[in-house]
Design a protein around this ligand. Structure first.
Ligand code: R5P
Length: 293
């Protein structure tokens, strides 16, 4: 068993050599079954190979956070503009119109609120319910380095086993504790563990220094989480850099639903992700769409 000392930096990630994707357009997904591939192709656009997911699951541990006070008023109007919605089953059943044809990815872990130790999560839904709800995937938090690291990894591997039985992909979400370093070294470790242990794709944060090594060393697609609200140009630049550096899309929340014009912001992010639009042009698009409204 290699010890921690042996984990040296200065490795070769061949960031400029894309991983081959035989059998399917998505990285590392060629050997998956038809149903799993079909669900992934509902979230990730087969033409661009990328996805714009709208994350609105924050209430599962934060309650009615800013911008999510009223899902029916704040979020339902945004659904036509995203590729997939990442939400809880409670929100799905109570507020998302069942006539929507957009793919849904459900948050499948939970337990502690912001008042407690966040890494102490459990699986919070049955895969049978995910099938009943006709979802395109489920997502679960993994706390590498957190107090309940092993439990969260085990939650993920159990969910992956359940997902494989019915063809539902699992998105692992790398959660970072308050006092932990958010750098490429950490995210390489966290993303790789999630992929090695079976997640079909991984959601992680962008880091300005070395993000391409995070994507290169993760054998399955990565989608970028947005994080705290920042100015629109900065958020568009972050999304642009993430996809240029190997991410297969974004799963953004606050930088969209806390924007002054969420529909415009979502459309601008989609242009950056699917059409490689430069951040400055996307900002201009955002402002035009915002004014039109
Ligand atoms: C993470 O814990 C939340 O569940 C969100 O899905 C995630 O953080 C992405 O949202 P945001 O872009 O607001 O960070």
């Amino acid at each position: 068993m290699p010890d921690a000392e042996a984990v040296k930096e200065g490795k070769k990630y061949y960031e400029d050599v894309p991983q081959e994707t035989p059998g399917f357009f998505l990285k590392g997904s060629g050997a998956l079954d038809w149903g799993m591939k079909n669900r992934l192709a509902r979230v990730f656009n087969p033409k661009s190979g990328r996805a714009v997911m709208l994350a609105v699951d924050h209430g599962y541990f934060q309650g009615p956070t800013t911008g999510l006070e009223r899902i029916d008023l704040n979020i339902v109007p945004l659904i036509p503009y995203c590729d997939a919605l990442f939400c809880t089953r409670g929100v799905l059943r109570s507020m998302v119109p069942p006539a929507t044809t957009k793919p849904m990815v459900l948050r499948a872990s939970g337990g502690p609120s912001i008042l407690k130790e966040l890494s102490n999560e459990q699986i919070c839904m049955d895969m049978e319910d995910a099938v009943r709800l006709n979802v395109a995937g489920v997502g679960i938090q993994v706390f590498i380095g957190g107090e309940f690291e092993t439990r969260s990894v085990h939650n993920m591997t159990r969910l992956v086993d359940m997902g494989l039985r019915c063809g539902i992909p699992v998105m692992a979400v790398t959660a970072v504790g308050k006092d932990m370093a958010r750098d490429a070294r950490y995210f390489r470790l966290a993303c790789r563990i999630c992929a090695e242990l079976g997640a079909q794709y991984v959601k992680t944060y962008y880091v300005p220094d070395g993000f391409e090594t995070v994507t290169a060393s993760c054998p399955v697609p990565i989608v970028m989480a947005g994080g705290k609200k920042i100015p629109e140009l900065d958020a568009l630049t972050m999304a642009y850099n993430a996809v240029q550096q190997g991410a297969s899309g974004v799963d953004m929340g606050r930088n969209i639903f806390q924007s002054d014009a969420p529909v415009a912001m979502l459309q601008a992010v989609a242009k950056v992700v699917h059409d490689n639009m430069k951040p400055e042009d996307a900002l201009e698009l955002y402002q035009t769409l915002k004014e039109k409204k």
